[in-house]
Design a protein around this ligand. Sequence first.
Ligand SMILES: CC(C)(COP(=O)(O)OP(=O)(O)OC[C@H]1O[C@@H](n2cnc3c(N)ncnc32)[C@H](O)[C@@H]1OP(=O)(O)O)[C@@H](O)C(=O)NCCC(=O)NCCS
Length: 283
Amino acid sequence: MAATGELTVRPVRPADRDRIIELTRDVWDGHDYIPRVFDEWITDAGAAFQAAELDGVVVGLHRMRPYASGLIWYEGLRVATPHRRQGIARAMLESAIAEARQQGFREMRLATGNPDAVRLFEANGFRRLIDVRWWRGMRVEGGEPARMPDPAEAKKLWPAIATSPGLELYGGVTADFNNARDLGPDELERLAQTGMLRVGPGGKAVAGLRDAWGRNLAVGFIAGSGAPLRELLMALRFEADSDGLDNTTISVPRGHPAAEDLRASGYDLANAEDTAYIYGLIL
Ligand SMILES: CC(C)(COP(=O)(O)OP(=O)(O)OC[C@H]1O[C@@H](n2cnc3c(N)ncnc32)[C@H](O)[C@@H]1OP(=O)(O)O)[C@@H](O)C(=O)NCCC(=O)NCCS
């Protein structure tokens, strides 16, 4: 076993670029996103992008990013293939948790689909908040996109949707793989402020958008059921079309009762085979 006692964790520097690109080459069959975001991450003073160095060589990386009051996101954990199973990821995660605690954050959250990483996070006390499925509905021409409520109205929608069947399966957070925020009236207001909330007939169904990764309208949570939800689900497909996007992709927890409404509104499961989870650790 490598002497993890010699492992040092320090900020990533511009000169680490080539080594980090090399290190990520065999992650996800060469489709790792780290090379794409490296320049942005290295200049982002609001987050801590760190490298683990062993005997002068970068062998691991990760990033901690504050994203909402009291919340810090953990992402980009990578360990170079020849150095795996030597406790490096565990040491890096422990150092991240200690730093976040010291800085007074309330909770650390992350997203992962990797079963090896799941073992690591669960062993360190992280709780699974959501087991996410993606449902995809192709764009449809000719209908009206859903209404965008104003922030004051948005906040008042919460009591009516808080008891929607399946809302508890979101584990209290939005199913956003970049920023899982607390799900509640304040989040409805915040989404409305940025034009990211959609409401169905009579305020009985809502959809919170998230930043998309591809050419789709991306939804981080839905609430409501039956006819109002179906109308909203269709309106989101019309919106994808009027925005010139390919489809609408909705993150919905596994086993959510909206599955029937999604199917009836022309949506299919897009990640039937994969696993995708959001975890949280109260600090
Ligand atoms: C996941 C990853 C970061 C683990 O790094 P690592 O330094 O090898 O992990 P550690 O040696 O600290 O292992 C800690 C624990 O994680 C789990 N684990 C890690 N790799 C594993 C594997 N290949 N198989 C099973 N469990 C594994 C084990 O529980 C392990 O504890 P143990 O060794 O006592 O059994 C590394 O495999 C990697 O970079 N993978 C590709 C990128 C990725 O998926 N990152 C996670 C995204 S959130």
